[in-house]
Design a protein around this ligand. Structure first.
Ligand SMILES: Cc1cc2nc3c(=O)[nH]c(=O)nc-3n(C[C@H](O)[C@H](O)[C@H](O)COP(=O)(O)O)c2cc1C
Length: 443
């Protein structure tokens, strides 16, 4: 079998045969009823096990308020049937935006967020009825090394990392004072999120952005936020504590990279000897601390999209100009499922939301049902599939099957739109984005 090959499976036997040849474990359950079992998160009873994962849309207005396309995306999710919607990376500071059209939460934009949440909740009730008690999470972030508030790279990093810095202008190292001020900004943003009626916030600690970058800040000299494990996790722990103190009724979590595929000292969650080998000791210790601090649910992810995107979002086709990944996408899917399973086993009282199912197309429900039945996750999270086919959960509920013409093809066009800096969505299945070669277009 080729190291990489596109999705080509006609039935269960072909898919499981490929998993066997790759020597990876893929749970599979024909009966998907478990996906419609209720589950409790943060004191709220959700009617099903589907979650929309956070996906940046770069369609906010200049001041960071949700724009028309933002509202369109969340209405599609709300009517699609997922009980949990994890809102995309939203900057806590203007200078930390990854794009001039990234969402920004502050006192000036709060009214737009209130409207967005209210419209999203109303749409779910309209389409799905009074049982649809949505759980809404807002992802708070500072883009750090990948900041582009005015469209040009303004990299701000915890430490220099040659593997990541090679293609960037000179990287500025964030000071401890700046990090202290960012803690204040996180706490303010969390209060605003509560006012906007989100159920929970997530401090984004994944994919190379600032809070994740700090977790591998082994070589930060004379700093409280680096060095040993305690120093490297201090900022994110402090952020969780501040939110808990200030907003005790707001849920809090951190979307966490548990495997970077980059050896220490540049990465974390990775064996010092082999970049392809996860080492879960530190991520497990950090999750234990999160739980002690009151985090009631978790989602984990892997890889750094600018370096090794196949680890976090297995695909058929890489972005234009990039090389084919060195591994089979099914191996990537199985790794993400396995990492989540290991942690769900260790922390059985906390619901984990699985990541990395979009590549499985028509088989994602059966694999998710197998995973959830085996207690290896509590919910299934869908990223690119939610751009392409947000109503997949509703189709499964109402028609008992998926429509193959609506599925994500894992073609990386959404990532290309995002990298080009314009509004982002599915360029294959969503008529608004279809054929858009100039994403800056007319929006
Ligand atoms: C265009 C695009 C935007 C994304 N935006 C975010 C984001 O805002 N926050 C985040 O944590 N992950 C983001 N991700 C990662 C997804 O949430 C998800 O982890 C990944 O796509 C794998 O899930 P999937 O296989 O269901 O797509 C993004 C991915 C893509 C392709």
């Amino acid at each position: 079998m080729d190291a990489h090959e596109p999705f080509h499976f006609a039935d269960r036997e072909e898919l499981l045969g490929a998993a066997a040849r790759l020597n990876v474990f893929l749970p599979f359950e024909e009966d998907i009823a478990v996906l419609f079992d209720p589950v409790e998160i943060g004191g709220k009873r959700l009617v099903n096990r589907f979650a929309v994962l956070p996906m940046e849309g770069f369609d906010a207005t200049a001041d960071g308020s949700p724009g028309e396309l933002t509202i369109r995306r969340y209405l599609r999710y709300a009517g699609g049937g997922s009980a949990l919607i994890w809102f995309e990376a939203t900057s806590i500071l203007q200078e930390g935006r990854s794009n001039p059209h990234q969402l920004l939460l502050n006192k000036k934009t709060i009214d737009g967020f209130k409207r967005l949440v209210e419209t999203t909740r109303r749409e779910a009730l309209r389409v799905l009825g009074s049982g649809q008690n949505l759980f809404l999470v807002l992802q708070l972030t500072h883009s750090g090394r990948y900041s582009k508030p005015d469209g040009r790279p303004r990299p701000l990093a915890a430490v220099t990392k040659p593997s990541l810095d090679n293609n960037l202008p000179p990287v500025r190292i964030v000071s401890d004072d700046e990090l202290d001020r960012m803690l204040d900004a996180v706490a303010v943003a969390a209060s605003l999120a509560r006012q906007a009626d989100f159920d929970a916030v997530d401090i984004k600690a994944c994919h190379g952005y600032l809070a994740h970058d700090l977790l591998s800040a082994f070589d930060r000299a004379d700093s409280r936020y680096g060095g040993d494990f305690r120093g490297r996790v201090r900022w994110i722990e402090e952020a969780v504590k501040r939110i808990r103190d200030r907003e005790p009724r707001l849920g809090v979590t951190a979307r966490l990279n548990v495997f970077d595929g980059l050896r220490p000292p540049e990465g974390w969650g990775t064996s010092a000897k082999d970049a392809l080998q996860p080492d879960m000791a530190e991520p497990t210790a950090l999750i234990r601390r999160f739980i002690d601090l009151g985090c009631g649910f978790m989602n984990i992810t892997a890889g750094i999209p600018y370096l090794n995107p196949h680890l976090g979002r297995p695909f058929d086709r890489p972005v234009s100009g990039a090389e084919k990944p060195p591994e089979h996408p099914l191996a990537g899917v199985a790794r993400l499922i396995g990492l989540c399973a290991t942690l769900q086993n260790s922390f059985s009282g906390i619901p984990f939301i699985g990541t990395g199912y979009s590549w499985l197309r028509q088989f994602f429900p059966q694999v998710a049902a197998g995973v959830i039945n085996a207690g290896k996750a509590a919910l299934v999270g869908l990223g690119r599939s939610s751009f392409a086919y947000p109503e997949a959960p509703r189709d499964l509920m109402e028609k008992g099957k998926l429509d193959s013409k609506k599925m994500c093809t894992s073609c990386s066009r959404c990532t290309e739109l995002m990298r080009a800096g314009g509004p982002t969505g599915c360029a294959v299945r969503d008529e608004y984005y279809r054929g858009r070669s100039d994403p800056h277009g007319d929006v």
